[in-house]
Design a protein around this ligand. Structure first.
Ligand SMILES: CC(C)(COP(=O)(O)OP(=O)(O)OC[C@H]1O[C@@H](n2cnc3c(N)ncnc32)[C@H](O)[C@@H]1OP(=O)(O)O)[C@@H](O)C(=O)NCCC(=O)NCCS
Length: 190
């Protein structure tokens, strides 16, 4: 949260150091409609509704999670991810985990939202907050994205946020039985 960053700056310590001094990670971002917060193990069940959904996973880097156990492992990895290389958030709407947005590995952004919530500008709201944080708090000079060229919703979202295409590559991901291509995008800090 930006207030935490400001306090850390005033005290002359890093944000993770201040968090640790306060008793653990409490990084969260509030937007008009959403709460972005660190993952918790109990998020696995509600997030399985997203990661198990064929619409949401059509252009993800893995097939839909067939079993809850896969989502559990995914959430565990989010919980355990080291702050130095990762800055990722669960998206909560009205107290319910409905997706994720952030950088699983800095500086690449990644996001997913429950398909029932598409078309309301919620992903954009989450990503705008993430972008601001990565530049203002995490000191990133540029953010990147790797998108399947067929993933129109994702490309539209990134272009609206100011990302631009840098290059393309073929057969970058094998997802199940299918080879997929990549469009690479980048947003420089202004
Ligand atoms: C990519 C993804 C997050 C985009 O979700 P989204 O809801 O389309 O994105 P946005 O939040 O930008 O919403 C844009 C839509 O909301 C509408 N909208 C409504 N209110 C809005 C508001 N207040 N602000 C902005 N847009 C608004 C826009 O007009 C647009 O409508 P459209 O879908 O008819 O064009 C979603 O499709 C997803 O989860 N995909 C699966 C996972 C995935 O592929 N991730 C990316 C891997 S690279």
């Amino acid at each position: 949260m930006l207030r935490l960053a400001a306090t850390a700056a005033k005290l002359g310590v890093t944000e993770p150091a201040l968090e640790a001094a306060l008793g653990g990670p409490m990084t969260e971002i509030r937007t008009a409609r959403l709460l972005l917060r660190r993952a918790r193990l109990e998020d696995a069940e509600p997030l399985h509704d997203v990661f198990g959904d064929t619409r949401a996973m059509r252009y993800w880097s893995t097939p839909p999670h067939a079993a809850l156990e896969q989502t559990r492992r995914f959430v565990e990895e989010m919980v355990e991810a080291p702050e130095e290389i990762s800055d990722d958030f669960v998206i909560e709407l009205d107290g319910r985990p409905v997706g994720k947005a952030g950088c699983w590995r800095l500086p690449e952004v990644g996001y997913i939202l429950h398909p029932d919530l598409w078309g309301r500008g919620l992903a954009r709201e989450a990503l705008e907050a993430v972008v601001e944080r990565m530049f203002a708090v995490r000191g990133q000079h540029a953010l990147t994205a790797d998108v399947d060229p067929r993933n129109e919703r994702s490309l539209t979202l990134l272009l609206r946020l100011g990302f631009h295409e840098t290059h393309r590559a073929a057969r970058t991901w094998r997802v199940g039985d299918e080879w997929c291509d990549s469009v690479y995008l980048r947003l420089d800090r202004s």
